[in-house]
Structures are given as structure tokens and as C-alpha cells.
Ligand binder design. Sequence first.
Ligand SMILES: Cc1cc2nc3c(=O)[nH]c(=O)nc-3n(C[C@H](O)[C@H](O)[C@H](O)COP(=O)(O)OP(=O)(O)OC[C@H]3O[C@@H](n4cnc5c(N)ncnc54)[C@H](O)[C@@H]3O)c2cc1C
Length: 358
Amino acid sequence: MIDFLNKGELKELYSMQDIYTTSPVTNIYTQSQLNDIENLVDGQLVKYEYASTKEEAEEKFEMKISDTTIVICVYKQYTGTLNPKVLIKKLHQRIKKSGNRVQYNQKVTDLKKEDGIYKITNSDTKTGINKTILSKKIVAAAGPYNGTLVKDIAPYFSSLIIPKRLFLSFLKIDSGKYDELTLEEKNRIRESYPVAYLNSEIFYSMIEKFDSDQRPLLKVGGHFLRTEIKDLDEVWEMQLTEQEIQWSKENTADYLAKLNLPIKSSDLEFANGYSCVYSLTESEIPYVSHALKNGTDIDSIFLLVGGMSGIGAKGSLAYGLIAADLLIGNRNESFMYQKAKSALGSERLIKDIQSIDK
Ligand SMILES: Cc1cc2nc3c(=O)[nH]c(=O)nc-3n(C[C@H](O)[C@H](O)[C@H](O)COP(=O)(O)OP(=O)(O)OC[C@H]3O[C@@H](n4cnc5c(N)ncnc54)[C@H](O)[C@@H]3O)c2cc1C
């Protein structure tokens, strides 16, 4: 995408660094996951550092961990954080540069198939004016709204892709406390994010940005802390509960203690929070699949991309590529591509549909 955007420009206007920030990624495990870890590092070509004892953690990462904890730090180009806003903006530029259009403030309110052609009704969210588009091929990628979007043509997706609410907290360290830290301690914070604690809730956190007094704004969430949604249109406005804020502070304080920093839960300020949504499939593996007619016949002009759980941002370019190839009929015989394609595709969908209500 970056190469394509730079094509024809006098100098390089776009770079991978606009989207990805390379930084060490810290993963924390417990001893009970030793087998998984050994499988993970076996033959691993990516550069990493591994500390399986207190002493090693102290020596390699200046971390204070218990006997039952294991730390792996991964160093890889473009591994760290990804800025979805910039990625989406560039994808739109890419679409426009190919001579295509992006329509903003348009909501698809109806999707039907008539005489082998898809009829899409769009409503302009500002003017309320409706427009109908006829299309020979479509891709549905409406995230948590996929089920609603395709209810008339592929109703089974609303049973197979379930939206769940998640919370996100933004925390700051009390300014007095932050000012007391040494430069080395401040750098240790900077270098120790992003982090994922691979326990049952999966605490994950990154530095969202530095504010005007250079204090980090920490983004915090729990990958498995999902709750049911009563009303998908209203869930986004839900405030965080006291327990969710407390959980965010305690897990952050616990990590900062592992980093050997004198910051307690009471030194953390809740800046703001969001209710967000993941779309989940039963196996938590997304779909990039043709829809089906009559249960088993493939509808070759309709594709759905969805159910990406909490890992859809980094996977999105790969899912989009597979979707585009399926729609255009491009072939790619590489082993990993084929493996991914079949894990996401219509053969699995057929089996999943058969198991609905069993
Ligand atoms: C708290 C949180 C943290 C996350 N962290 C990570 C992470 O660290 N790494 C990672 O890889 N992923 C992460 N994700 C997951 C990632 O955000 C999702 O998997 C990904 O956004 C799913 O992409 P999507 O295109 O399927 O859906 P979405 O991103 O939800 O996009 C769907 C789009 O369709 C539009 N739409 C819906 N209905 C209609 C309609 N009727 N008409 C027109 N447009 C419509 C929506 O407005 C939206 O723009 C996180 C998600 C959450 C909630």
C-alpha cells in the first residue's frame, strides 16, 4: 500500500513508520504456560529476550517478578503499536488513487438480492436522503453490525457472529508522583510498553500518547473482560463501572510494581474511558467467506469479513487481501495463505451453520 501511494510522487510522502511504531513488546506469562511458551520460542527467528527466573528478569529487564512468572520481550521491526486512524486514512487514499470512491456518512439500511444482483439502499446520515445502488459483487464488513446488515440474505451470520462489550480505560500517573521519578525510571516506563499479561483476563496496555507535561496516557483493557450487549446502538455511550476502573488501576499498578517503580494504584488517575465492541465467533477465528445459498451452495458474488475479536486491526490487511482475491478470483498457492484461507472460509462456515442450535 505504501509503495503504491508513493508511486508517481517526486519524493516519498508515505512510510510504514506513519502507521507502525516499532518498540519492544513485553509478554508476561506464568510457569503453568511453560509448554505453550516452549512451543512459541522453538525455532523462533524473531529476536526476543526471555527471563524465566527472578534473577534473569532483574538482570535483563530490571523487573521484579515472582518465581512463577516468565517474561518474554519481542523485538521486531513494525512490532509495537499500530495507529488505526492513520491506517484507515491511508487505505482511503489508496482506494481513491486507484480511481475508486469512498462515500462518507452513508449508512446501508437495506441489502437485498434481486435477479442475481445486489440492491443496496444507502441513507445519508446528515440529510436522510436514500439512494439505491445496484452491484454485481459485494463485501460486507460492518463489524458488530454484520448480523443486522445481512439479515435478509445471510441470516445465519447473526447467530455465528456475536458482539460483546469491552471497556477501555485511560489512566495517568499523579503528576507529583511522576515528577519524583528519575529520568531512568521514566525511560523504563517508556520502554516497557506495550505489554500483554497472558493471564485469564489478558491485561493489555500501551502508551496512547504523552500529554503536554510529558506524562504518559496509559490505555488499559482486559481482552476477556466481555459483557453482554442489550442495545448495540446505545452500548457505546455506557459509562465504565467502578469495578472496571478499579481493575484497570490495580492491574496497571501491579505491572508498574513489576517494573520496580514506586507507583501505587492510588497514584493512578482515571482520565476517561470508553465502551467498545468486539465481534466474536465461537472459535474466535474470523470469517472471510462467501455467503451460502440454500445452506451449502456458494454465493460467489457475496463475501463477508467479520468476527475478528480483539485482533482484527493487525489482521485486517491480510483479511482484506483474501477477500479481494476471492472476489476477483486471484490464486495464491502459498502454504500459509491456503491454510489461513481455509481456516476463515466457506467450508468452515458450512460446518458452523450446521451446528447452529445443536
Ligand atoms: C477495546 C478494543 C481493543 C482492541 N485492541 C486491538 C489490538 O490491540 N489489536 C488488534 O489487532 N485489534 C484490536 N481490536 C480489534 C479491532 O478493533 C477489531 O477486530 C476490528 O476493528 C474489526 O474490524 P471490522 O472491519 O470487522 O469492524 P469495524 O472496525 O467495527 O468496522 C466496521 C465499520 O462498518 C461500519 N458500518 C457498520 N454498519 C454499517 C452500515 N449499516 N452501513 C455502513 N457502514 C456500516 C462501521 O461504522 C465501521 O466503520 C480491539 C478492539 C477493541 C474493542
